[in-house]
Design a protein around this ligand. Structure first.
Ligand code: SF4
Ligand code: SF4
Length: 314
């Protein structure tokens, strides 16, 4: 039975979703990889000046609630003043703010030492078909793990070179890294928002043997209008055409997206869909209102990426 239209409540479960405010900071907006599911692959954004970034950060440091500054790219470590930026963050951030870094893992030793100096939690994303040196990525992952700062490995399973990806997965498994691997699929197809989640179903099936070994599998609790509650995993979810348009979503209290020009929005979909950008320099009151609200009303027909927040049908 297709229950899609009868769902009344959708929330993540089974993972670590009890997070403080997540500030997703697109500090660079460009990358030296070319993943075909990524909005930053064509290098169309330009690095902004250190002065502007410091001003954006100063505004973020004024936030008076527990938060996690999630340094995102494209590939954030390509920022030419990355080292200075990290120094600035740790010199000025409030104690209530933690810092996390997302990277593809092809890091140089200077960057790794800088990350280690501040004990920054690192999430490494594996985009196998773009990796230039498997040896280097594996070595860096092991080093970060050794330093106790490897937070997560987001293994993005891709359609090309499935066998080779599985060999790399096995290499990570053999190094006892299964507990930190989060399997990820093609659903976050940012350039094409109209694509449905079901596009990822075949990929899920192809990598099922790897996925089932991972502990951190995304699960979702779905309530329907007759009171029944069911737990769906990602493979089931991808076959449903979920649409939260008009629903109450707690992205309002959980997250905000901001880029290196100071443009901000509530969630990934709103950041990419909304043509009129709000800016932290000209709409600071709006920014504060957004991060202190408890919920927002979803305006979008497809939720990209941010499935880890709670939402209720109105
Ligand atoms: S490594 Fe990440 S940021 Fe870079 S192109 Fe791939 S998905 Fe995008
Ligand atoms: S698109 Fe944004 S507002 Fe809508 S459900 Fe997803 S996270 Fe919430």
């Amino acid at each position: 039975m297709d229950i899609t239209n009868n769902i009344t409540h959708f929330k993540p479960c089974g993972g670590n979703y009890d997070k403080p405010l997540e500030i997703i900071y697109y500090l660079l907006g460009t990358c030296n990889y070319n993943c075909d599911y990524c909005a930053w692959r064509d290098l169309k954004y330009k690095e902004n000046s250190f002065e502007i970034q410091k001003q954006i950060l100063d505004n973020l440091f004024k936030i008076r609630k527990k938060s996690n500054l999630f340094l995102f790219g494209g590939e954030p470590t390509l920022c030419t003043y990355f080292k200075e930026l990290i120094e600035y963050i740790f010199k000025n951030k409030p104690k209530s703010m933690t810092v996390e870094l997302q990277t593809h893992g092809e890091l140089n030793p200077i960057i790794i030492e800088q990350i280690k100096k501040y004990n920054i939690n690192v999430s490494v994303s594996i985009h196998y078909n773009n990796i230039k040196s498997i040896t280097k990525v594996l070595k860096n992952i092991l080093l970060l793990n050794n330093y106790n700062i490897l937070h997560r490995i987001d293994f993005m399973f891709e359609e090309k070179n499935i066998k080779k990806q599985k060999i790399f997965f096995k290499m990570l498994e053999d190094k006892n890294l299964l507990p930190v691997i989060t399997p990820t699929f093609g659903y976050m197809n940012l350039p094409d928002f109209k694509k449905q989640y079901s596009d990822a179903k075949l990929l899920y099936d192809s990598f099922k043997d790897c996925i089932e070994k991972c502990k951190d599998i995304e699960d979702y609790e779905i309530s329907i209008d007759n009171g029944d509650i069911s737990i769906k995993d990602a493979s089931e979810l991808y076959q449903m055409n979920l649409n939260f348009n008009g629903w109450k979503c707690n992205a309002g209290s959980k997250m905000v997206i901001i880029d290196n020009k100071g443009n901000f929005n509530q969630c990934t979909s709103s950041y990419f869909y909304d043509t009129v950008k709000q800016n932290i320099f000209t709409n600071y009151d709006r920014f504060i209102k957004m991060i202190t609200s408890t919920s927002c009303i979803c305006k979008y027909t497809k939720c990209n990426w941010d499935l880890w927040v709670d939402r209720v049908k109105q």
